[in-house]
Design a protein around this ligand. Structure first.
Ligand code: CA
Ligand code: CA
Length: 143
């Protein structure tokens, strides 16, 4: 399967004081060795609404719940991470918002501009969360 590209789009309307950011995807029309990306398509949730918030957005594709289907983690400019679970199949993902990622019933928050990455960092068989932040730190949330 050829890789795909995720991009972030900034939309200013009606003036530069108010803007939204949305997550877009480009399916690779070429090969992994020679990717060819057409115009991006704004990702929408299962209800057809653009996946967007009002600040910097960083997408990260993960299998959050271990069901074999790709889900989406999205860090935002305030330092929160939003989870979108895939309720369909990998070839035609349908994402539903599952809210912000939590730590001990509180919204997980780093200082700002959260950049999430899911990996088994300590090699114990459970996925952990590494989150970059605008302060230059990388936070480790063990599972
Ligand atoms: Ca999943
Ligand atoms: Ca782990």
């Amino acid at each position: 399967m050829a890789i795909s590209l995720f991009a972030m789009t900034v939309n200013f309307f009606p003036n530069p004081k108010f803007f939204t950011l949305s997550v877009s995807s480009c399916s690779n029309q070429g090969s992994n060795a020679l990717p060819v990306f057409p115009s991006p398509i704004v990702l929408k949730d299962a209800e057809g609404l653009a996946i967007a918030v009002d600040s910097y957005y960083t997408p990260c594709v993960v299998d959050w719940n271990g069901d074999g289907k790709k889900d989406l983690l999205v860090g935002d400019g305030e330092g929160y991470i939003h989870l979108y679970l895939n309720i369909s199949k990998n070839s035609e993902p349908q994402l539903i918002s599952s809210g912000r990622v939590k730590v001990s019933d509180q919204d997980l928050k780093v200082g700002g501009s959260a950049v999430p990455f899911l990996v088994d960092w300590d090699n114990d068989g459970r996925k952990d969360l590494l989150v970059g932040s605008i302060q230059g730190y990388i936070y480790f949330f063990t599972h």
